[in-house]
Design a binder for this molecule. Structure first.
Ligand SMILES: NC(=O)c1ccc[n+]([C@@H]2O[C@H](COP(=O)([O-])OP(=O)(O)OC[C@H]3O[C@@H](n4cnc5c(N)ncnc54)[C@H](O)[C@@H]3O)[C@@H](O)[C@H]2O)c1
Length: 343
C-alpha cells in the first residue's frame, strides 16, 4: 500500500492507495471504529467489516438531510461511542459528506476515516473536508469543513459501480482538467470511459492525479476564500438544478459546466471554442450537456446559493482549457446572461 501525506493547515492527512481489506485488518488491531455505510452497499463490503459496529442508512441525495444525521448520532449514543471513537464513512459522496458532518459535530469532533467507494467520491467528495446536509432543494445548506484523518483509495471497490456512476465521476474529473490541467484534458480526449474502466493501471494513475490536484488546491485555500472557489466551476447552476430536477450530482455539474462556460464566452464576447470543447468531452464520457430548465425556478435557488454574497456571485471564468479564474459578478448581469444562454 502506498501512503501519501497531505498537509492541510495544521493537519496531516494520510492518503492510502491500496487494499481496504489490508487497511481495516491493520487498523482494527489498535482501534474499534464504527462504520457508517449505505444499507444497499453493505452486502458488497460486509466481507471487510466482520466484527465491526456498522450503522446502515438509506442512500440517495434525499437522505442527505439533518434527520439522517440525527439518526446516526442517536446510534452512536446507543453504541456508547465516546470522544475517542473513530467513524469510518464507507460509501459514495452522500455517505462521505454525512460521515464528515457527524464526525465534526458529535462530541464536538471525533476521528474520521473515509473510504470512498464511488469514482466521484474518490476524486472529489472525500477530499477537502467539506461536508453537510441539504435543506429542501438547497444543496449542502448546513455543514462544516472538517478534515478526515485518513482516506483509503481502493480502486477494486469500483468493480461493482454501475456505468452511470462512472459517468458521474468523470464529470468532476473533467472539471479538474478544465480548471487546472490541460494535459489531463488531452489525455481524456484521446481515451474513453471504457478505456479507464478496463485498464486498472490507467485508472489508478487518473485517480491519483485527481486526488493530488484537489489536495493541491485545498492546501492553498482550505476555507474557500480564493483558489478553492475554482472547484465550484459548474456548481452554481449545477447545485441549483441537482435537487430541483432530481439529477445525479455529476449530470447536474456537467450541464452546469456547459452553461457556465457559455456564460464565460458571452461575457468575454469571444467565440464559443472553449465551451464547445468542454461540451464535446462531456459527451464523450456519456454525460448530458443540456436539459429543459425553468429559468425562474433555477434563479430562485441560485439566489440562496452559498457562493452569493450581497448583490454579487463568484463565477468561474475559463480563460483557456486548464486555466481558470474567479470572477465576482453582479447578480443582475449574471441573470441577464443566464437567460440568454440557449443550451
Ligand atoms: N464534500 C465535497 O467536497 C463534495 C464534492 C463533490 C460531491 N459531493 C457530494 O457527493 C454526493 C455525490 O456523490 P456520489 O455520486 O458518490 O453519490 P452517492 O453517494 O449517492 O453514490 C452514487 C450511487 O452509487 C452507489 N455506489 C457507491 N459506491 C458503490 C459501489 N462501490 N458499488 C456499487 N454502487 C455504489 C450508491 O449506492 C449510489 O446509488 C453529492 O451529495 C454531492 O453533493 C461532495
Amino acid at each position: 500500500m502506498q501512503t501519501i501525506s497531505f498537509k492541510i493547515a495544521s493537519k496531516n492527512i494520510q492518503g492510502h492507495f491500496g487494499s481496504v481489506k489490508d487497511f481495516l485488518l491493520q487498523f482494527s488491531q489498535t482501534s474499534k471504529p464504527i462504520v457508517l455505510t449505505e444499507s444497499k452497499l453493505y452486502p458488497f463490503f460486509s466481507r471487510f467489516l466482520d466484527g465491526y459496529e456498522v450503522i446502515q442508512i438509506e442512500g440517495g441525495e434525499q437522505h442527505k438531510i439533518q434527520a439522517t444525521a440525527d439518526f446516526v448520532i442517536s446510534e452512536l449514543m446507543r453504541l456508547n461511542a465516546d470522544k475517542s471513537c473513530t467513524i469510518i464513512g464507507m460509501g459514495g459522496g452522500v455517505i462521505t459528506d454525512l460521515a464528515g458532518y457527524v464526525a465534526a459535530v458529535y462530541k464536538r469532533g471525533v476521528k474520521l476515516i473515509l473510504v470512498p467507494t464511488s469514482l466521484l467520491a474518490m476524486v472529489d467528495a472525500s477530499i477537502g473536508g467539506k461536508n453537510g446536509v441539504n435543506i429542501g432543494h438547497h444543496k449542502n445548506m448546513v455543514g462544516t469543513i472538517y478534515q478526515p484523518d485518513q482516506i483509503v483509495f481502493d480502486i477494486e471497490l469500483l468493480k461493482t459501480l454501475p456505468e452511470n456512476e462512472w459517468e458521474n465521476g468523470f464529470a468532476e474529473i473533467i472539471k479538474h482538467a478544465v480548471i487546472a490541467d490541460a494535459a489531463m484534458f488531452d489525455w481524456l480526449k484521446n481515451n474513453s470511459l471504457e478505456y479507464f474502466v478496463n485498464d486498472t493501471i490507467a485508472l489508478e494513475a487518473l485517480v491519483l492525479k485527481n486526488v493530488k490536484l484537489k489536495f493541491s488546491i485545498v492546501q492553498l485555500d482550505e476555507h474557500d476564500r480564493g483558489e478553492r472557489k475554482k472547484l465550484n466551476f459548474g456548481h452554481t447552476i449545477g447545485h441549483a438544478i441537482e435537487n430541483l430536477y432530481e439529477l445525479p450530482h455529476g449530470h447536474a455539474v456537467a450541464i452546469g459546466m456547459v452553461k457556465e462556460s457559455i456564460l464565460s464566452d458571452k461575457i468575454k464576447g469571444r467565440d464559443a471554442s472553449i465551451s464547445i470543447q468542454i461540451d464535446e468531452l462531456l459527451c464523450r464520457y456519456g454525460l448530458p450537456v443540456t436539459c429543459a430548465l425553468n429559468n425562474s425556478d433555477v434563479w430562485h435557488l441560485i439566489q440562496s446559493d452559498k457562493k452569493k454574497n450581497g448583490g454579487s456571485i463568484d463565477l468561474i471564468a475559463v480563460d483557456a482549457i486548464g486555466s481558470s479564474r474567479v470572477e465576482r459578478m453582479d447578480m443582475d448581469r449574471f441573470f441577464r446572461f443566464f437567460n440568454e444562454t440557449d443550451k
